[in-house]
Design a protein around this ligand. Sequence first.
Ligand SMILES: [Zn+2]
Length: 136
Amino acid sequence: MEPLNKILLIAPCGMNCGICRAYLREKNKCTGCRGIDANKPLTCVKCKIKNCKVFQKGKVKFCFKCQNFPCDNLKHLDKRYRTKYNMSMIKNLESIKKLGIRKFIRNEKLKWACIECGGIICVHKGYCVDCGRRKI
Ligand SMILES: [Zn+2]
């Protein structure tokens, strides 16, 4: 079983905060979307999805459970990430829905593991934070 803190690293939008540069940095480490606001990038503090009323009410843990899924905010974010970082939040959400969160996290671990050193590939940087090897 995955420890709870790992599950908390998956944001409502499907983003894996564990591969984010703000989480992976040494200084002022972000605790992830579901964590406290300290050290969070401003874009994450102001994020329309995290601050969405449906999510704030606490009834919906992931966007795919929302009746407005996929809403324009999510589609916009998804498009930005697909274009810039070759990663899709909506695809992540669909696989969480299909496989369950634990299996999704297991797959994510393999997907973003560096083949050189076993470190984590940062989605924003596109390379391993430990040895610098690029994702293939
Ligand atoms: Zn590496």
